[in-house]
Write a protein that binds this ligand. Structure first.
Ligand code: HEM
Length: 357
């Protein structure tokens, strides 16, 4: 049992406010970690800023999203009007909504760029396989945010695009119809879909994303920053994370805020027309750009290929693509040994690669 010595001393000693707080909260471990963290310097160092940029944009989405939900009403009768009210009546509502909408696009774009940079630098190789897998899951969540948020203003474009989008799972044999019904909250896209998507968008996805983001960031801390294969084995120069890298990170965040404010002011996000569920679908229905390739691919597939419904084949194709993305570290196990990627293993491919580089 403790004699109570140190505790009694801490309770009676006169400490400065900072020392008092440090004593009570005990953040020495975090401060020590931050002081120790170093970032390697090489020709690709710029790419290290993309992860922090994704994190910043996610926080912008959380902050602006919380402000929006103070006025937004998740029902078919009121959703459109509540967004109209936010745009026209709420002080700075137009700014917050436009930043949230542009920010969503920027967030998905930066996450894709971050993933591409990690992919091309082969940062998924051992021991960072789990960091990659948690990252792919975060990408899926980011797409989920985009899909669920698109319907919320209840405008024509979003209504019909969501109709098409929620019809896709219905093609899966067996559980497809049930899946589609669960997503829609019924057999069609209605006010029930809006409240469902709202719950997914503001509660379910943020909770899972926050958890997974925590895992992703802890993994990044535990394994440290990777260096490209071309730098491995050498001893690259480094810079301190605090304050050198963090201050540079912040310059990037400031530029992002400027860009978002500029986009919101000069190209305010449009609201369009209120959805009319019984009106015919207008021309030019399209989802957000990050679903466009999937949308067009499914649209142009023939109704049947070798007796199998075309859409089902399309879904299987994208499902397989998602699985390949998750399994990249397993599929390219040779990466940690410096072997070329599986796509470059044939002699002809190697000759082409050597000629190109
Ligand atoms: C919400 C989305 C995401 C956020 C906020 C995020 C955040 C971060 C941050 C702050 C870092 C450390 C700095 C850096 O190396 O850039 C990082 C590293 C990393 N991320 Fe992400 N990330 C996200 C999505 C992804 C995705 C989609 C992937 C890949 C599929 C991924 C894979 C990785 C890997 C492998 C590292 C370690 C890189 C290295 O050590 O060089 N992340 N992430």
């Amino acid at each position: 049992m403790s004699s109570g010595g140190p505790e009694r001393r801490a309770a009676t000693e006169r400490l400065s406010p900072a020392a008092w707080l440090r004593d009570r909260v005990g953040w020495d471990g975090i401060a020590h970690l931050a002081a120790k963290k170093e970032v390697p310097i090489h020709r690709y160092t710029l790419l290290y800023y993309l992860g922090g940029m994704a994190l910043f944009l996610f926080l912008v989405q959380v902050a602006t999203g919380i402000l929006l939900l103070l006025y937004y009403r998740p029902s078919a009768a009121e959703a459109f009007e509540s967004v109209q009210y936010i745009m026209a009546e709420v002080p700075f509502g137009w700014l917050i909504r436009s930043i949230h909408s542009w920010g969503a696009n920027l967030f998905v774009g930066v996450v894709i760029l971050h993933m591409a940079s990690v992919f091309f630098l082969k940062a998924y190789r051992a021991p960072r396989e789990m960091t990659w897998i948690s990252g792919v899951l975060l990408l899926f969540l980011a797409l989920g945010f985009g899909f669920s948020g698109y319907l919320l203003p209840w405008n024509t474009l979003a209504f019909f695009a969501t109709k098409v989008g929620t019809d896709v799972p219905a093609q899966i044999p067996g559980i497809g119809l049930l899946l589609s019904r669960i997503l829609r909250g019924g057999s069609d896209v209605t006010g029930a879909t809006v409240s469902r998507f709202y719950g997914i968008h503001v509660a379910i996805l943020p909770a899972i994303t926050t958890l997974l983001l925590g895992v992703h960031l802890v993994l990044v801390q535990q394994k440290g920053m990777s260096v490209p294969l071309s730098v491995e084995g050498t001893k690259p120069r480094t810079m301190k994370f605090v304050p050198d890298f963090l201050l540079r990170d912040m310059v990037g965040w400031l530029i992002a805020v400027g860009l978002l404010a500029g986009l919101a002011a000069f190209l305010p996000w449009e609201l369009g027309q209120k959805a009319e569920p019984f009106a015919p679908a207008p021309a030019g229905i399209r989802p957000e750009w990050y679903f466009l390739s999937m949308f067009q691919f499914l649209k142009y597939l023939p109704a049947e290929i070798a007796g199998i419904p075309g859409e089902l084949l399309g879904i299987l194709f994208f499902g397989a693509l998602a699985a390949v993305l998750v399994l990249v570290p397993v599929l390219d196990r040779g990466a940690s040994l410096g072997r070329p990627s599986p796509s470059l293993r044939s002699p002809a491919a190697r000759v082409r690669h050597a000629a190109a580089s």
